[in-house]
Design a protein around this ligand. Structure first.
Ligand SMILES: *[C@@H]1O[C@H](CO)[C@@H](O)[C@H](O)[C@H]1NC(C)=O
Ligand SMILES: *[C@@H]1O[C@H](CO)[C@@H](O)[C@H](O)[C@H]1NC(C)=O
Ligand SMILES: *[C@@H]1O[C@H](CO)[C@@H](O)[C@H](O)[C@H]1NC(C)=O
Ligand SMILES: *[C@@H]1O[C@H](CO)[C@@H](O)[C@H](O)[C@H]1NC(C)=O
Ligand SMILES: *[C@@H]1O[C@H](CO)[C@@H](O)[C@H](O)[C@H]1NC(C)=O
Ligand SMILES: *[C@@H]1O[C@H](CO)[C@@H](O)[C@H](O)[C@H]1NC(C)=O
Ligand SMILES: *[C@@H]1O[C@H](CO)[C@@H](O)[C@H](O)[C@H]1NC(C)=O
Ligand SMILES: *[C@@H]1O[C@H](CO)[C@@H](O)[C@H](O)[C@H]1NC(C)=O
Length: 740
């Protein structure tokens, strides 16, 4: 039935054809969802439904199709995530889901498809990292994941795919990258060293490797030279550094080499001239310098050659009988000088391909004749005009640049703290290795005398850097297991996206082979729990400071829930994760359990919080993540802040026998180490208690949202109707303000 003009839905009755082996519906105008009963077609071996207008998600029952070898749903409008059930299709050899609107991450169960030869998820909106299990797809020949939103690094296990011949991962956000700011005003500082895994070198059958448009950093591994069948290598638009590897010489079948828009430095290795099959060579927009190796002249198959926007200097060394196939050349914006070679592509090149050099001459109508030649200077006037126009443009450009910088400076003076740290870490950004060395040195290789705490996820060190700045550093061990890796991943993927005065700042992170660490701003007073458990310090934490802490906390959580998209749920708000700076301003830390609420998928995950800060019943009945988990924890921390101790007993007595608490007065449960609050502060403490009781309600639906909480806390209060010392717990607990 393929390639007809069929329209409307796929009728669910089709699923009664339980002996059907071949279903071809491709290239029609079918719309609506794939019938949920598709799993009844237990004999189905091939399903073509590409190029239709199918929407809806992939049915769960698809996992039933154990005989399916080919599934092609490309070019539709299928939404939702790729189901875990896909892993049950053990006979599958071809899986094409490209050009749809799939979200969610690649399920780990994909590793079960040991017969799969072609996997194409291009042009969707798939997030998360490429699962390590991809390395189990032993039959894989083509792996296409380009134009998605994949993050993390390229898994080393890819090196196990010994039959792989095409690997296209371009247009993602693979390592070095932290996803773009999704929060309002987010700001990024990082210094990761995202590597291209050397294991790629084991892919001896590979002939297409496209890793362009990611954020890969560090050097290209020398193992690249082991891919002796490589024909296309596209590493454009990354942050790759170091020299262009001369080992590329061994990839003697290379036709297309694109290294555009990276940070490759040093000279162009003469060995590139041995790549005699090369047709396209793009080295533009790098930091290359020195002279062009004359060996490049041997590239007789080369058709396009782009060297623009580097810092290459000296004469152009090619002879008129070289570069025989060249049609397009671009050498603009270098420091080249001297005569152009007598090669057609050069002599006919437009001025744009030559401009911005030091002193090119001759052999092209756009250029001055060379000093030695005695030709008449007919073109000189024209050139003079061009030159003066371009210098005016250049001047305008410079002036614009200065204005821009000044504006930035002026704006920055509002935030002196910000500017200092930014400048400092900006210096770090360029060299992850240096940062790493500095940290290791400053902590004397993580000596315990710098350790200020050991948490669930790693040890925290305080360290003074050579710049005079004190930072806190959390170190995770490589072999600390999957939970810790997950925590590291959560912190590094979520924290850089958020920017709020009451959320700790992550300055950057390093990944080393044996451990990884995160560097944060240092919080002088430590955690709220530590202060409250120390009588002396608790007494210094006066009422107005406590009110301010609760407000800051409410604002920060409200920001995470309501101003970030997708919303971020912290999942582990507790008094040990609330840190105070020397002005007693609260900062939420430890985003190791945090998660984003993806609107397209249900959010079921294992319990992640701290006992005593999560509603017990909620956890027993459901594992669904929603932001009301944080609202509950906030309520607990708010009560703890004013009571001076964990409110667990109070909450459980309120729940088990509300009548019992009728007579209890608020003033009697407040922190007795302080004298009772007075006037406006007393009103605010009452307001906090009232809100907090609403937050710890058992039913998530009846808790307020953090937006309501933070608004309520920041609006001016009316005076209490009863004197402060007569306010009862029951009165607050039953407050009508928060009934939903
Ligand atoms: C499917 O297409 C038909 C016309 O072919 C149209 O009447 C119908 O509304 C469409 N249904 C959906 C769900 O888009
Ligand atoms: C899908 O539907 C749109 C209108 O909703 C229509 O313009 C387009 O031609 C359809 N495409 C196919 C392949 O049926
Ligand atoms: C899965 O297949 C079995 C037969 O093997 C069938 O009875 C069942 O209805 C199918 N399930 C679904 C969800 O289609
Ligand atoms: C994948 O295979 C493993 C072991 O072979 C099995 O435990 C798991 O259930 C499978 N997953 C799926 C989704 O089929
Ligand atoms: C890759 O293969 C090596 C040896 O062949 C094996 O030790 C390793 O576990 C494999 N890794 C994956 C992820 O398949
Ligand atoms: C890569 O990025 C450039 C600009 O940043 C864009 O023009 C190009 O289309 C992108 N290529 C791919 C394959 O995404
Ligand atoms: C050469 O590369 C530069 C920068 O990447 C680009 O702007 C220019 O268009 C390229 N030249 C040609 C002729 O393609
Ligand atoms: C380019 O090279 C010249 C010397 O040839 C040097 O003075 C200049 O600093 C270099 N520019 C860059 C951006 O490396």
């Amino acid at each position: 039935m393929g390639s007809n003009h069929l329209s409307g839905n796929i009728p669910s009755q089709i699923c009664l054809l339980t002996s059907l082996r071949f279903l071809a519906l491709a290239e029609n105008y079918l719309n609506g969802s794939i019938p949920p009963q598709i799993g009844m077609l237990v004999s189905l071996e091939v399903m073509y439904a590409y190029s239709n207008n199918l929407s809806g998600s992939i049915p769960v029952s698809i996992g039933n199709l154990s005989k399916l070898t080919v599934l092609e749903l490309s070019e539709n409008k299928v939404v939702g995530s790729i189901r875990n059930e896909i892993g049950q299709l053990k006979s599958l050899t071809t899986l094409y889901l490209d050009a749809n609107q799939l979200t969610g991450s690649i399920p780990v169960s994909i590793g079960n498809l040991s017969k799969l030869t072609d996997l194409d998820f291009d042009e969707n909106k798939i997030v998360g990292s490429i699962p390590n299990e991809i390395g189990l797809l032993k039959s894989l020949i083509g792996l296409y994941l380009f134009d998605n939103q994949l993050t993390g690094s390229i898994p080393v296990s890819i090196g196990n795919l010994s039959r792989l011949s095409s690997l296209e991962l371009g247009g993602n956000k693979l390592v070095g990258s932290i996803p773009n700011n999704i929060c309002l005003g987010g700001k990024l500082t990082w210094f990761t060293a995202g590597k291209i895994p050397k294991e790629l070198g084991q892919l001896k059958m590979l002939y297409i490797l496209k890793l362009n448009n990611n954020s890969l950093s560090s050097n290209v591994p020398v193992e690249i030279g082991m891919m002796s069948d490589l024909e296309t290598l596209d590493l454009a638009a990354n942050q790759l550094i170091g020299p262009i590897p001369m080992h590329l010489e061994q990839c003697s079948k290379l036709l297309h080499l694109n290294l555009r828009n990276n940070k490759f430095s040093g000279i162009i290795p003469f060995q590139i001239g041995n790549l005699l099959s090369l047709e396209d060579l793009d080295l533009s927009k790098n930091l290359l310098l020195g002279e062009l190796p004359s060996e490049l002249g041997h590239l007789d198959k080369l058709e396009t050659f782009n060297l623009s926007h580097n810092n290459l200097s000296g004469l152009i060394p090619f002879m008129s009988n070289e570069l025989l196939s060249l049609t397009t050349v671009d050498i603009s914006y270098n420091q080249l000088e001297g005569p152009l070679p007598h090669i057609k592509a050069f002599t006919e090149a437009p001025i744009e391909a030559l401009e911005g050099n030091k002193g090119l001459c001759g052999n092209n109508p756009s250029l001055k004749p060379c000093p030695t030649s005695k030709d008449e200077n007919r073109n000189q006037a024209v050139i003079a005009v061009i030159v003066s126009i371009s210098s005016i443009l250049f001047l305008l450009f410079i002036i614009g640049g200065i204005l821009f910088v000044c504006q930035k400076r002026v704006r920055n003076t509002d935030e002196p703290r910000e500017t200092k740290t930014e400048a400092f870490f900006a210096a770090w950004n360029h060299d992850g290795k240096k940062v790493h060395e500095e940290i290791v040195e400053a902590t004397e290789n993580f000596d315990s005398k710098y350790c200020i705490g050991v948490g669930g996820n790693g040890s925290v060190y305080k360290t003074l850097l050579s710049t005079g700045q004190i930072v806190a550093m959390k170190k995770f061990h490589e072999n600390d297991g999957i939970d810790h890796q997950q925590a590291f991943k959560s912190e590094t993927s979520i924290l850089p996206k958020v920017r709020h005065r009451n959320i700790i700042k992550l300055f950057g992170f390093c990944v080393h082979t044996r451990y990884s660490f995160l560097v944060y701003e240092f919080m002088k007073l430590g955690s709220l729990v530590k202060i409250l458990s120390d009588n002396e310090k608790a007494m210094e934490l006066e009422w107005f400071k406590r009110v301010n802490i609760v407000k800051g906390l409410a604002n920060a959580i409200s920001y995470l829930h309501h101003e970030c998209f997708p919303a971020i749920v912290h999942r582990d708000i507790s008094s040990k994760n609330v840190l105070l700076d020397n002005e007693c301003e609260a900062h939420i830390s430890d985003f190791g359990s945090a998660t984003t609420l993806d609107p397209d998928s249900s959010n079921w995950t294992p319990f992640a919080g701290t006992l005593g800060y999560s509603a017990q019943l909620e956890l027993a009945y459901t594992m669904e993540v929603n932001e009301k988990i944080d609202v509950y924890s906030f309520g607990v921390v708010a009560l703890e802040s004013i009571m001076g101790e964990h409110p667990g007993d109070l909450i459980s007595s309120l729940l088990s026998s509300p009548l019992h608490a009728v007579d209890a007065l608020l003033k009697d449960v407040l922190d007795q180490r302080l004298s009772p609050p007075k006037r406006q502060i007393a009103d605010q403490v009452v307001s906090i208690a009232e809100i907090a009781f609403a937050c710890v309600r058992q039913s998530p639906q009846s808790r307020p949202t953090m937006k309501q909480v933070s608004q309520k806390l920041s609006t001016p209060l009316q005076s209490l109707s009863v004197p402060f010392h007569m306010v009862t717990i029951k009165q607050l607990f039953d407050s009508p303000t928060w009934t939903s």
